[in-house]
Design a protein around this ligand. Structure first.
Ligand code: SAH
Ligand code: SF4
Length: 389
């Protein structure tokens, strides 16, 4: 018997097509979406506005399976890190960052990552597999509907939309979202869908190390906020610390960023309330990790101004978050401040990221989950580098 379809793997267009395919009214997708994503109900029998016969029929064909919740770690600053075992060999992590007036969920897109950036714990672990749509959207489902408690139980929040804790989603957890393109796009569509989470495209950010062709596809398929992990101002240095640069060098990446912010292009997504106003974002955010003595000198800042000329952008300087045997150290606050001043002086809006959750290895680039890589461990790898939960 073929495996049942997990409704959490489908965006609403796909669910409508599925319903049509089994001879049902595709508009039922709206009701199902509200039950699953807004009310957090995964038991078909509780979906009382669906007929008993439809519920029975669906019961034969589908399942609604959310990821298992493994563990919660809480930082002194309120940041929460959640571990989700996605199969027998892999766990992935999501990080929730509560702040006044907003809550940001940092979501993983892959178990591990194949791109081997030199300063990243996830990259060190290697790649195991892409996450399914249900495993990506499931991180948001769990955060919104059943806040995991430290004892492993789930507390329901008060239910009303206003109390939903997650106002922003960033795909900055484990993995490179644009190498798990299709699943990420379907999951992001669910995030934006008014019958599901209804987040605006400005509140959903895809972070990429620079997969140029898929930046262009994202522009067409699902233009949300884009963060690009630049980290170096010239190809020689960038290829060393972000090896994907050898395939997609800085000049090509900058052209892709210009296209992404070009308001003369643009497509409308189907099935999602969407304002067609041209560009997905007026600017790209360049993330720049500050590595002591490696990429944090004044000359690097000046080169950055040159290479990003003509790209509508902002800069976010990220203090390096250390992990075992990384081989790098964090730039001094003075170096970060000097770097910021040079960029600001050239008219570039430049912020410095607050480090959150670093005491629970929940900060950017520290997520390592429990990935069992099928590959040979890389040089310089401490095999015990997993999250200390
Ligand atoms: N693969 C995507 C998204 C996940 S990484 C990307 O590279 O953009 C999210 C961000 O964390 C990226 O900007 C990444 O460069 C940064 N990062 C990785 N390791 C880090 C570390 N040790 N300290 C601080 N930031 C790190
Ligand atoms: Fe992968 Fe991003 Fe880490 Fe690079 S920084 S190894 S692309 S997760």
């Amino acid at each position: 018997m073929s495996e049942k379809t997990n409704l959490l793997d489908l965006d609403r267009d796909q669910l409508a097509a599925f319903l049509k395919g089994i001879g049902e009214n595709s508009f039922r997708s709206q009701q199902l979406f509200k039950w699953i994503h807004q009310r957090g109900i995964v038991d078909l029998n509780l979906m009382t506005d669906l007929s008993k016969s439809l519920r029975d029929k669906l019961g034969e064909l589908v399942t609604i399976k959310v990821p298992k919740f493994g563990h919660e770690n809480r930082s002194h600053d309120g940041t929460l890190k959640w571990l989700f075992p996605v199969d027998n060999a892999n766990s992935v992590e999501a990080v929730f960052i509560p702040e006044k007036g907003r809550g940001t969920l940092c979501v993983s897109s892959q178990a591990g990552c194949a791109l081997e950036c030199a300063f990243c714990a996830t990259g060190r672990e290697g790649f195991n597999r892409n996450l399914k749509v249900s495993e990506i959207i499931g991180q948001l489902w769990l955060a919104q509907n059943r806040f995991p408690q430290s004892d492993g139980s789930f507390a329901r929040l008060d239910g009303v939309d206003a109390s939903r804790p997650v106002s922003n989603v960033v795909l900055m957890g484990m993995g490179e979202p644009l190498t798990n393109y299709d699943n990420v796009v379907h999951a992001v569509r669910i995030m934006l869908d008014d019958f599901a989470y209804g987040l605006s495209r400005r509140r959903v950010t895809v972070s990429t190390s620079g997969i140029v062709p898929n930046i262009d596809r994202l522009r067409e398929d699902c233009p949300v906020s884009l963060a690009v992990s630049l980290h170096a101002p010239n190809d020689e240095l960038r290829s060393k610390i972000v090896p994907i640069n050898k395939k997609y060098p800085i000049a090509d990446l900058m052209e892709a960023c210009k296209r992404y912010t070009d308001s003369s292009q643009g497509e409308v997504m189907s099935g999602v309330k969407w304002q067609r106003r041209g560009s997905p974002r007026d600017f790209v955010t360049f993330e720049y990790i500050m590595l002591d003595g490696v990429n944090d000198l004044a000359e690097h800042a000046r080169q950055l101004i040159d290479v990003t000329r003509g790209v509508p952008c902002k800069f976010n300087l990220i203090p390096f978050n250390p992990f075992n045997d990384s081989g790098f150290t964090r730039s001094s606050p003075q170096a970060v401040s000097n770097f910021q001043k040079i960029l600001m002086h050239a008219g570039l809006v430049t912020t410095v990221r607050k480090t959150r959750g670093d005491d629970i290895a929940g900060a950017c680039g520290q997520l390592a989950g429990q990935v069992k890589s099928r590959r040979t461990p890389r040089r310089n790898v401490n095999p015990t580098v997993t999250t200390s939960i």
